[in-house]
Every structure is written in C-alpha cells, then in structure tokens.
Design a protein around this ligand. Structure first.
Ligand SMILES: Cc1cc2nc3c(=O)[nH]c(=O)nc-3n(C[C@H](O)[C@H](O)[C@H](O)COP(=O)(O)OP(=O)(O)OC[C@H]3O[C@@H](n4cnc5c(N)ncnc54)[C@H](O)[C@@H]3O)c2cc1C
Length: 373
C-alpha cells in the first residue's frame, strides 16, 4: 500500500532542503529521500560562501540577497552563519582597472561594495598580504556557513518545526506520477515530486537530463587546521583571477583585456579553471579552492599540481599563520551553460531542479522561494 504526502523531494542537498523548507512553510506535508546516510555531495563539499557579489546585478543578485536573509534566519535554528563580507584583492594594474570600474557602476546597479586603497586595506584587513597590493574591492554582503554543520542542522530544524520526514539511505528509482518508488520497493503517492538530484543525471529521467545541456564540473578543495591563537581571516578572500570567473564583472569594459592577459601569462591556471578563494569556518579552519574540470576532463583522481598552483597563488593574497593543509577533497556540481538553474517538468507534477552550478549555497533558498511563489 502506498503512503500519502503532498510533496516528495528527491535529494537531501541544499536544493532539496530549500524546496522542502518552502513547501513545508506553505503548510504542505513533505518527505525528503536521500540515498546517502546524510548529505555527502556538493552541498557539504563547498566553501560555505554565500556570495551575492558574484551574481550579475538585477534578479540574480536579488535572489542571492533573499537567500542571504534566509541563512540569517537559520541562526535561530542553530546554524552557524557569520556576516563576514568579501574582498577581491588585486595586484596588477589591469585588475585594479576592473575593480575601479565595477566600484564606479555598482551603486547604480544596486550592488553594495567599495574600493579600498592599499594603506586602508592593510589596516582594515590585516590578514591580507600587503606586498604588491594595489587595491581591494570590499563588499559587506557575503556570509559564511559551515556546510557540514548547516546540512546537519537544517534537516533537524525542518523535521522539528514542520514535521518534514527524512528518509536517508533511500534511493528513488522510479517516478510515475503520482507514484514515487524507492529501490527497496516502497511507494509514495504525492501531488508533486521535485527531483533535486544534483549531479546525478542517470538514475531518474536520464533522457531529459541528457537533453538538458547540463554538464558536470569538478572542483579541488583543501582546508588548513584551526589557525593558531584565534587568528581571523576576516572577509572571504578572492584574487584577480576571480574577476574573470563570476558573471558580475562582465559589466566592466576592461574585463576582456584582463582575460586575454590571464590566457597569455597563466595558461595552466586558465586550462585548469583555477581561481583562488579562501573562507574561514567556525573551527578556525581556512577552506581553500578551487579548480574547474568539466565533463570528459573530470578525473576521479586529484592533481597535486593543481593544489600547488592554488596554494602558491593564495600566498600572494593572504598570510596564513599556519598554512599546513589538513584535508583535501573534491566536489562535483551540475552546471547549465546559460540558466542559473535548469528546470523541466517531464511528467505533470514532477519537476527536475538541477543544482545552480557553483552558487547553490548562494541561490538555493531564493530560487526555491521564487519557485513556490
Ligand atoms: C567544491 C565546491 C565548492 C563550492 N563552493 C560554493 C560556495 O562556496 N558557495 C556557493 O554558493 N556554492 C558553492 N558550490 C556550489 C554548491 O555547493 C552546489 O550548487 C550545491 O551544493 C548543489 O546542491 P544540490 O542539492 O543540487 O546537489 P547535491 O549537494 O549534490 O545534492 C544532491 C543529493 O541528491 C541525492 N540523490 C541523487 N539522486 C538521488 C536519488 N535517485 N534518490 C535519492 N537521493 C538522490 C544525492 O545523494 C545528493 O545528496 C560549490 C560546489 C562545489 C562542488
């Protein structure tokens, strides 16, 4: 006999949890199926950066800001969230030109940020490496969460506050609306099924995913141990390479020339998709990344050379009291070439909601709220 719920969510990552929250807050009964014993994929492998500054101004930036507000609400539920802000640290004149241009247009775009000159930057952000520093783009909007802590607390909160049911170690292997079936042969009857399966394109609706244009992207990551003496990184740190990575900076006329210089001077970084960022979690560990390998280039094995390039670049941006790497890992997310999030409805009431690429922690809550209307 099948059980009955209003909504089934397949996938216990941040996208699935965001939809479970939005649905449950509207009074719907929700069951979440997660094949792992807990969320173990992209949603716990990331920096924990809530990063509005990377989103293009307008709807995407606003979506990120709505997500940010939801993260702050979760403090009451015991999720660790710090309003740390972010700095883009520049060391070359063409990088300075991009952040100057961006800082000039940002107020008109509704984006909060300011240009900080080197003398002030050294005083305000003492973790930065002052050698060769030409300027800093500071934005106050970014937050940091510890993804592992957040993805552990959020299901407890949803279960406690809204009675959301979680089925771990349960893979959904078949959806024929209104029925959702698990690998163990259990069956649920639901009004809606939301497939939030991250980078798993093969288990459910493989044909739809194959035709979607989605690709997989692998990122290499590292973390130091807790920094000694309560040392603080302060804001998230990014460098010049990051200006070429996020769509936000495409409003800058000087960006194409900067990208050309990177291609000529740093072809290995460009080939490996390296841009360097660092965040600090509540344990004092500094989380460092990353690189980007797409689809056929993805190797199950991590490259030491890639890690070394990342760490070498990071040294130019910050001075860590203890740079010893304690952990290394990689994560994979789904990415659509044009849409922030791919969505499709292969059967009436069944929706595929892919990962919002490298910005799931930044966008998931806002996207889910907009989806539920
Ligand atoms: C290394 C790395 C760093 C990143 N850094 C950031 C960052 O700092 N800030 C930011 O905003 N974003 C960041 N991102 C992006 C962000 O992590 C992702 O966009 C987001 O986690 C995707 O969430 P998701 O729920 O779609 O996918 P996932 O976290 O992969 O979750 C999907 C879940 O579905 C489950 N599942 C799949 N199929 C089934 C099935 N048939 N039955 C049951 N369960 C199933 C899987 O087990 C998995 O747990 C980063 C990503 C990576 C990889």
């Amino acid at each position: 006999m099948s059980r009955r719920e209003d909504v089934a969510v397949v996938g216990g990552g941040i996208v699935g949890l965001a939809h479970a929250w939005s649905a449950a807050a509207r009074g719907l009964s929700v069951v979440v199926f997660e094949r792992g014993p807990r969320a173990e994929m992209a949603s716990v492998r990331n920096f924990g950066m809530v990063w509005p500054i990377g989103q293009p101004a307008g709807e995407r930036y606003e979506t990120a800001m709505r997500s940010r507000a939801r993260w702050l609400e979760l403090r009451d539920a015991g999720v660790w969230v710090e309003e740390c802000g972010a700095v883009h640290v520049v060391r070359r004149p063409d990088e300075l030109q991009v952040i100057e241009e961006f800082a000039a247009v940002a107020p008109g775009l509704g984006v909060a940020c300011e240009l900080v000159r080197p003398a002030d930057a050294a005083r305000r952000f003492p973790a930065l490496n002052p050698d060769g520093l030409l300027g800093v783009l500071h934005s106050p909007t970014e937050c940091v969460v510890d993804p592992r802590q957040a993805l552990a607390v959020l299901p407890e909160f949803l279960a406690r506050k809204f009675g959301v049911e979680f089925r771990y170690r349960t893979a959904v292997t078949d959806v024929q609306m209104p029925f959702v079936r698990t690998a163990a042969g259990d069956e649920w009857r639901v009004d809606r099924c939301l497939v939030c399966s991250g980078a798993d394109f093969e288990t459910l609706f493989p044909r739809e995913f194959a035709a979607s244009g989605l690709t997989r992207c692998k990122l290499q990551m590292m973390a130091t141990g807790p920094q000694p003496g309560g040392w603080k990184l302060g804001p998230h740190v990014a460098g010049g390479l990051t200006l070429a990575h996020y769509a936000a900076f495409e409003v800058c006329e000087s960006l194409p020339a900067l990208k050309e210089r990177f291609a000529a001077e740093m072809p290995e970084h460009v080939k490996l998709g390296i841009h360097v960022m660092a965040s600090q979690n509540h344990l004092g560990e500094v989380v460092i990344g990353d690189s980007h390998e797409y689809d056929d280039a993805i190797s199950p094995f991590d490259s030491r050379r890639t890690d070394d390039l990342i760490l070498d670049y990071l040294k130019r941006l910050v001075r860590l009291p203890d740079p010893t790497i304690h952990r290394r890992w990689h994560g994979v997310y789904a990415k659509h070439p044009t849409h922030p999030q791919f969505a499709a409805e292969p059967q009436p009431g069944c929706h595929l909601l892919a990962s919002p690429g490298g910005a799931g922690m930044t966008l998931a809550f806002g996207l889910a709220e907009a989806w539920w209307g």
